[in-house]
Design a binder for this molecule. Sequence first.
Ligand SMILES: [Zn+2]
Ligand SMILES: [Zn+2]
Length: 249
Amino acid sequence: MDGPPVNDCCSICHGHFNIACQANCSHWFCGDCIMLVWHHGSVLQPCKCPLCRREITLLVPSEASLRERNDPDIAEVLGKIERYNHLFGGNTSGLIQRMQDLPFLLRRLLREIMDPQRSLPLVIRARVYIAMVLSAIYIISPVDIIPEGILGIVGLLDDLLIALICFLHVAAIYRSVLYFRHGEITSICMYKSFTTYKIRGVVIVIDEIVKIAGQPLRRKGEANDGQCLETFSRLNNVSAGLDADRNDW
Ligand SMILES: [Zn+2]
Ligand SMILES: [Zn+2]
């Protein structure tokens, strides 16, 4: 089942989960609550889990909340979560963090592989299987870097190491899937809207320049003191407005 435990409640608002999200430390929160916690501190830094104090670098909304995306309120919170993931989910975290994230990622991945309704991309599925099969072959095969036959229990070290590398590799593959699903889509939208605003801004500026340049040209030769005074007072108004804005800051 994808969602928080049935009898659990959000540890921030102590209520029922609203747009439940699971953090990379495996703890569940309401989407809005965890975003409030983040805004409480520096928005340039990822927030820390209120329960285990680990840095939250990925927030995965439950399937149930994703299905209700048509609701504008839910879509707004999901958008905030995607932006958060986009900001902090793409960084390659250190080995310790990657090891700490293993239970969260492997548990989710296993659930997703088992569930026929989920659509884990075929390429990802293949990469996961290849990594698992190769490491299984190494562990089962009698050819070892440290042979068990001679060194006994110490001989298992290399097998454990291979298994760990395999799990880390598989978890990294799956993490990139989650990042793409819950962080990358908005980034494209953000980029699009940012570009649109930039283009719109440039168009407005060009339009204004054309208007300002066109006015004296059209009225060339018929300008009088009255018009000059009018333009002067308009410019004065603009600068007064700018000053007022500056004072507001
Ligand atoms: Zn809550
Ligand atoms: Zn936690």
